[in-house]
Design a protein around this ligand. Structure first.
Ligand code: FAD
Length: 432
């Protein structure tokens, strides 16, 4: 039985491990921290005893690889699926503007949802629709080097349309300003979301805390196939000889006996592990913060599962009844702000938009994820490393690998699946 070591127990590592174990490899996951899940995990908040996420995660029906992985490990049951797309956008004083697909055939259900989006005028909706209908024919290659802002302006998407729709979507999906994000990657995900059937455009949210949603089932699955998952063990360095990685040095041991290694750690960790060897020396990733403001309130005051805020510094409110999660994406400008200042900002916006007075807030917790996602500029998108490295038995996975997607769950899972596919292929060719 061929042996694979997977470094990193985030979504990319767990996916690679699950697929490899399922294909009959002997698999060992080595995770440095005391928990699995990497940048997508949950924990118990000491003050309230509630299980909370390090940051609210949403998925979409177009997350094909993610849904396949969840199905493989038996975790699909832990997701809440929309039947049809529904997102409520709100302006001040809780004016609600739904984007809601009707129960009519695709694509008319989506087109009618957009045409009824009256946060913008009828004339603006026509400009919006015109652009939308052009999207399937847009050449991604021709958008190379262009940012989302310039593309939208060129396509006559005025400031009101940008603010009320495109920015909400782009900042949510790419976690950076539309002036930095690559138009090519945005167009690629728009095509996946809106032009791949009704399901692709629907939103999926975890039913439980993130760790309970997929980490437990992933471990159960890997172990049921004879694999092992080790926590609190950091891979410190690797030894390479004759174009092959032949030793891993961890915080606990030296591992000399394996056929393949999948590195599923973020770019900033792989740099520590490999130095500049095996990586493009001048490839520098920049990162964007996501801020999560967990608020516990008196009463169950909101009706829907989530709301997008138009023209607010808070982008989303997720409703878990007496616990709300407010999300601020692209939040590098708030990195130096104190928790009290962030709370004040969030409580103010909650009152202004949803009419929930701060006297109703019982407790709060703020989580700053400073390296939540990398910034998908045109330069980075074009130069991301591939799965295969210069060393035959060493493969890259992680959301930063060349998957064509921004830094998301789907990119991480796809990269893990790609690493597993590549190993199966190399094994078939007798290479290791
Ligand atoms: C607050 C927040 C909100 C987000 N919201 C969304 C969302 O709504 N939708 C979406 O699709 N995506 C979202 N994302 C992005 C998504 O979480 C990430 O893209 C994804 O989790 C990355 O997974 P990964 O496996 O590539 O990397 P990671 O999750 O970073 O996993 C890498 C793992 O490797 C381990 N490791 C590192 N170095 C070593 C070493 N030397 N030895 C052993 N182990 C090591 C780390 O401890 C870590 O567990 C969000 C991210 C954050 C932080």
């Amino acid at each position: 039985m061929k042996k694979c070591i997977v470094i990193g127990g985030g979504l990319a590592g767990l996916t690679a491990a699950a697929y490899l174990a399922n294909s009959g490899f002997s698999v060992e996951v080595i995770e440095a921290s005391p928990k699995l899940g990497g940048r997508a995990y949950s924990f118990i908040d000491n003050q309230t005893g509630t299980i909370i996420d390090n940051g609210q995660h949403i998925m979409m029906g177009c997350y094909v690889d993610t849904l396949r992985f969840f199905k493989l490990i038996g975790a699909e049951k832990n997701l809440v699926f929309q039947k049809r797309l529904k997102v409520n956008f709100i302006k001040e004083n809780f004016q609600v503007f739904p984007v809601k697909a009707l129960p009519i055939p695709y694509p008319f259900n989506l087109l009618s949802a957009l045409m009824r989006y009256n946060a913008i005028s009828l004339r603006e909706r026509m400009m919006f629709l015109k652009f939308f209908l052009k999207l399937p024919f847009v050449s991604i290659k021709k958008l190379d080097g262009i940012n989302v802002y310039d593309w939208l302006v060129k396509e006559n998407q005025n400031e009101r349309i940008r603010k009320a729709f495109w920015e909400m979507l782009a900042v949510g999906a790419l976690n950076t300003s539309i002036k930095k994000a690559s138009a090519a990657v945005f167009a690629h995900i728009l095509k996946k979301m809106f032009f791949a059937g009704n399901k692709a455009a629907t939103i999926i949210i975890p039913k439980y805390g993130l760790s309970e949603t997929y980490c437990s089932d992933a471990v159960k699955f890997i172990e049921s196939k004879g694999g092992k998952v080790n926590l609190l063990e950091e891979v410190k360095s690797i030894k390479v000889d004759s174009g092959r990685v032949n030793e891993l040095i961890t915080s606990k041991r030296i591992i000399p006996d394996f056929d393949f290694v999948v590195s599923a750690v973020p770019h900033y960790s792989i740099k520590k592990l490999l130095g500049d060897d095996g990586l493009k020396k001048d490839l520098e990733f920049c990162y964007s913060t996501i801020l999560s403001i967990h608020l516990w309130i008196k009463g169950d005051l909101l009706k829907d599962d989530f709301y997008g805020l138009i023209n607010s510094s808070v982008h989303w409110i997720f409703n878990h009844k007496d616990h709300l999660t407010l999300v601020i994406s692209d939040a590098n400008n708030l990195n130096e702000k104190s928790k009290e200042e962030i709370f004040e900002l969030a409580a103010g916006e909650l009152e202004r938009f949803a009419g929930i007075n701060r006297s109703r807030i019982i407790s709060y917790k703020i989580i700053k994820e400073k390296r939540a996602t990398f910034v998908p500029t045109s330069e980075i998108i074009n130069r991301r490393p591939k799965t295969k490295t210069d060393w035959n038995n060493f493969l890259f996975a992680g959301d930063w690998i060349d998957t064509g997607l921004p830094s998301t769950i789907e990119s991480a899972v796809k990269s893990g699946r790609m690493a597993s596919d590549m190993i199966t292929k190399l094994q078939g060719l007798g290479i290791n």
